[in-house]
Design a binder for this molecule. Sequence first.
Ligand code: C2O
Ligand code: CU
Length: 461
Amino acid sequence: MIDKSPSSLSRRAVLGGIGTAFVLPRRTLAAADERAVLQARPGSAKLLGADGPETAIWGYGGGAPGPVLRVRQGERVRVLLMNGLAQSTTVHWHGIRIANAMDGVPHLTQRAVEAGQTFDYDFAVPDAGTFWYHPHQRSYEQVARGLFGALIVEERQPPQVDQDLVLVINDWRLGGDGAFSDKTLGSAHDRAHAGRLGNRITVNGATLPVLPTRTNERLRLRLINASSARVLKLVLEGAAATLIATDGQPVGPTPAETYADGLTLGPGNRADVIVDVIGRLGEAITLTDVFAKRQELARLVIAGGAARAALLATPIVLAPNPVAEPAATATTTIDIVMTGGAKNEMDMSFNDTSKPAWFLNGVAGMGAAPLFAAGRGETVAIRLVNDTAWAHSMHVHGHHFRLAARSSGKRIDPFWLDTVLVEKGETVTIAFAADNPGKWMIHCHMLDHQAAGMDTWFSVG
Ligand code: C2O
Ligand code: CU
């Protein structure tokens, strides 16, 4: 994901005056004996810049993203959700291998929290890493309107970095006046095609934010794709960078050159990247999305004197989290065949929004019975067969999995994931040890697809 060549550094030298001043998301410490309050409510945001119009959004505390919740590995997270919306909601803690009752899935793990009501979330966090939270009720609407935030679980011994930057990336569909496009929410087109793609990408709720950095600084970037449907392919230009975690789980330091054509993050995916800043005063490192068209998302501008005489030399190796490896031979092997959806961009045959558009093994939506039941500790292998004309970002609750095979021949890294982008026509095999008892969802994280039938569940006994 990196272009380290010195020429790109000078080409990328910053001109100044572009972008908005950087505002880090508000930070809340939910320490052992502290309870954070998350109020889901209407609010407003300057998505188009400080001089732009206000956009009416929904957000935790009225802003998007919501506050960064930071805890230490092994501590409890205690959050009081207050529902200030006019509809019911929940909070799902994406990627946390959580106790089932706290997973935030209405009808499956809890009752939806009605307007004006509250819910106490209280859970332990077994893994250090970059996670996030969002509603699991009408998420195609609630997430699209701005309800999401980062949940950071710090290592017991955090690695030495000069800045730990949380970058929550999402897109918005706005009218020319900057107003949130209400009338296209859950549209027949979006449900059966690629989902709700926005026309404005923001990082921490700002268009092209500029962050200050210094020569020889070491940064940890925590990249989160909170988009409702947009796939990101991220490139960092003008820096030496190293991938150290995917979906919250440590990976051996992997030079970002490995992803020279971009690090792919489907909706729901996260990546932790170490950046060692090698430029000179006034130069910039850019975070660019190259998935559809090249679009700069954020800039790190070298301002002020050098942080130290030389770069920190020792690579960061995070201690592994206590995730159980799947056995080489699975006890349970399941096919999940995705069908439905439009055949191509012009196909409007799924024009009735009261009917499902997508099916998993021929069934739309959550059945009364689980798709499969696994014994506790069994290894489950799932073949995710994408027999549709669209990509799907498939998320498993309560567990992290290994990629075992990909029919497309795309590279398979030995990384843990909780969400995997399955390309159209592709079959991806995942494997995990089903060691977390309860009822867990598997669904597409393109949220209009989820709402239009692309969700199911399994049980671990
Ligand atoms: Cu991030 Cu079931 O979702
Ligand atoms: Cu999908």
